[in-house]
Design a protein around this ligand. Sequence first.
Ligand SMILES: [Zn+2]
Length: 483
Amino acid sequence: MIRKCLVAGVLVTLLSWPALAQDAKTVISNASRAMGANNLKTIEYSAIGADFAIGQAMNPSAGWPKFIDKTYTRAINFETPASQVNRVRVQGEYPQYGGGGQPLIGEQTQNQIIIVNSNTPWVQQLEIWMTPHGFLKAATANNATVKSQTVGGKKYSVLTFMGQNKAQVNGYINDQNMVEKVETWIDNNVLGDMLFDAVYTEYKDFGGVKFPTRIVQRQGGYPILDLAVIDVKPNAPANIQPPQGQGGGGGGAQAAAATSQKLADGVYLILPAYAALAVDFKDYIVVIEGPQNDARANAIIAEAKRLIPNKPIKYVVNTHHHFDHAGGLRAFVAEGATIITHEMNKPYYERIFSAPHTLTPDKLSEAKKKPTFETMTDKKVLTDGNHVIELHRLQGNYHNDGLIVAYLPKEKILLEADSFNPPAQPNAPTPAVLNLNNLNLLDNIQRLKLDVETIIPVHYPADSRKVTMAELLRAVGRAGSSN
Ligand SMILES: [Zn+2]
């Protein structure tokens, strides 16, 4: 009986296949006609709005920090395919709140050019195929299937095709035959298989082409882009050229080979940036900072073990939860290290570190280890009786609520992240506008009465010079003062 039912079920499924495939073609065809996609070779649109820096929140409960896009222009050539974005952005929050290059002084011009070739990463191509008209073209090219779905009481025809990264791309077609949302999943080395969606609303007609006048893109649960579209030019000339000196293809960044300097007995600086410290405790190694990604963390781990052989890495100290400073933590967990971080980060890390990493498996997803933590609030001291590492949370900070610095009192060394990123040249003049993060670091050094000679900025200058307290004092206009 059970077998008969199963057979019947298979038959029904098989019979409905041709009908479904036909439906997908019809849905795409109806949407393409309604949206004016059929003869659309290029599109150019201009907007104002905001962009947001993913992974740079003030604390693990806050959204990504905001920047104002004073102008935003995007040209897409669907035939090449290619995309060019030009935007002018300014600081979005006063006072500054979080990372992502804050404070942004004055105007910043950004250009992004993507010219698709066989080497172009799928994540870059998505910038084209997730746009409303781009999605319909990609759905056609990739033999999308369709199903009906009700979301929030609204009925959608959901077109689905498989992306080159082996994640589904879903487009939600509403009852007006407009593409209202496109969603997919991309790899984020901290968040794992991360939902990336774009919501298109307030469609208007621009010369026979329907285009949304509100665009919101989200990654990791919060907006990364929020645009009010002002003007749209269908089939405007879009001869997008690769930026000079680049093929426009992109490609994966390789981690620079680690080098190191001995700063003091048992204390090593691992370069280039992002920098880390390795300290030789009696029975184990303490590494301060596990930044960026698996590749950088593995380079730091290998160098620490070369410098301090035959001891395990017991602890990795995490300065704060920003993705560029926490992106290597997973590799340290795989290595067996315990993470020392501010207590606000522990529930966040426990949650996100258990997320699947199926799109781009990393060392931890293969090792399947559970992270272990030691947390702190304002102060924690690590010592083996010889080496002493004091960890202090910076108070009154504008960059991150749980920002920790590491101070080695015997060696008079202070490792800090994002509080003082030294200029390329050691004798650069004091900037016209003093940096709040620099001032906050100095305030905290004075409050805690730390006797600092050497600063280790995690964002280490490329010349690998010794960064002294004098440099910080110069940056805040107090050159020549004793502290
Ligand atoms: Zn940061």
